[in-house]
Design a protein around this ligand. Structure first.
Ligand SMILES: Nc1ncnc2c1ncn2[C@@H]1O[C@H](COP(=O)(O)OP(=O)(O)OP(=O)(O)O)[C@@H](O)[C@H]1O
Ligand SMILES: [Mg+2]
Length: 309
């Protein structure tokens, strides 16, 4: 397919003998928002960090990550710096840790134009102010002179988005960008990401542990459990016809208007740490009864046995 911008093939991330990400394959198309969902420890962040070339040294990466036909796995650091600016950008959950506390936010955005486009300092600052305007920061000329701690959490996240988008990346990875924000501000940031996708055509890999949040913004959803992709489908299919028991379990934890199914307060247990997963660990090992219950439901719905659990 020609509109695929990121093509991840059989990617694994291992720590010694343990798989943190196991044989993950997916594609992101131009202008698409792919949601990635799963509980804490499912490998969502490691999947993103692997794409960014930012994995800790003790973690070993294998497989292929094709970006514009180029394999990022094993790429030189020098080449990666180029890719990170203009190819793939990333925003993180807590902007305070990613922003430099002693540099104004305007200068931090301007830095991207200085480094990647070699424009003059004055020009870089003008472009930075335009960028702040584009992410709907009010009074951008004034706010450009502010330090990160002088802005609210929502405004800081907008600054992070401005930095990530400054070089017009083809893919933006947003790792829980709204988790630390209250619900109203969270909705505003989601709206902003959607608007930027429309205006810039940037594809977005949007990560959250909440299927409710992911469904608000995604075209397609990838569900991960314990380092593996258990299901990828259009967002409507995820809701109307979930194939994997884990997807169904996640769905049943979302409050839904008019739902006649009994809601799960939470999925029993938790995702075990890497060294407690055992070989070929799956969701079935965590809660076999729930698993069988959901398999039965899926069979009733589909009139067939959906394979590959
Ligand atoms: N640098 C690391 N060294 C060793 N183990 C790691 C490292 N980073 C992550 N892990 C382990 O790998 C697994 C997946 O971690 P990851 O951070 O990708 O999860 P996640 O899905 O992003 O979770 P969360 O929702 O909490 O952010 C976890 O069991 C985690 O403890
Ligand atoms: Mg994470």
């Amino acid at each position: 397919m020609s509109d695929v911008v990121l093509d991840v093939r059989n990617m694994s991330v291992v720590l010694g003998p343990h798989f943190a990400v196991k044989d993950v394959s997916y594609q992101i198309r131009a202008g698409e928002i792919l949601g990635v969902v799963g509980e804490s420890g499912c490998g969502k962040s490691l999947t993103s960090l692997a794409i960014m070339g930012l994995l800790d040294k003790q973690l070993a990466l294998s497989g292929e990550i094709l970006f514009a036909g180029e394999n990022l796995v094993g790429m030189s650091e020098k080449r990666y710096q180029h890719i990170r600016g203009e190819g793939v950008g990333m925003i993180f959950q807590e902007p305070m840790t990613a922003l430099n506390p002693v540099v104004t936010v305007g200068e931090q955005v301007a830095e991207m134009f200085l480094v990647h486009e070699g424009v003059s300092k004055a020009e870089a600052m003008n472009r930075a102010i335009e960028m702040l305007r584009q992410v709907h920061i009010p009074y951008p000329e004034k706010r450009a002179k502010a330090f990160p701690h002088e802005l609210s959490g929502g405004m800081r996240q907008r600054v992070m988005i401005a930095i990530a988008l400054a070089c017009k990346p083809k893919v933006l990875i947003a790792d829980e960008p709204t988790t630390a924000l209250d619900v109203t501000v969270q909705a505003q940031v989601l709206d902003l990401l959607e608007e930027l996708r429309e205006t810039t055509g940037t594809a977005i890999q949007f990560i959250s542990h909440s299927l409710g949040v992911v469904s608000q913004i995604s075209d397609r959803v990838m569900v991960m459990y314990a380092g593996q992709v258990v299901e990828i489908a259009d967002v409507n299919d995820i809701f109307d016809n979930p194939q994997h028991p884990y997807t169904q379990a996640l769905l049943d934890t979302i409050p839904r208007v008019g739902a006649d199914i009994k809601r799960l307060p939470a999925i029993p247990g938790s995702v075990p740490p890497l060294d407690k997963r055992g070989e070929n660990y799956t969701f079935r090992d965590r809660c076999p009864e729930l698993f069988d219950h959901y398999v039965q439901l899926a069979q009733q719905r589909n009139g067939q046995i959906a394979g590959g659990y």
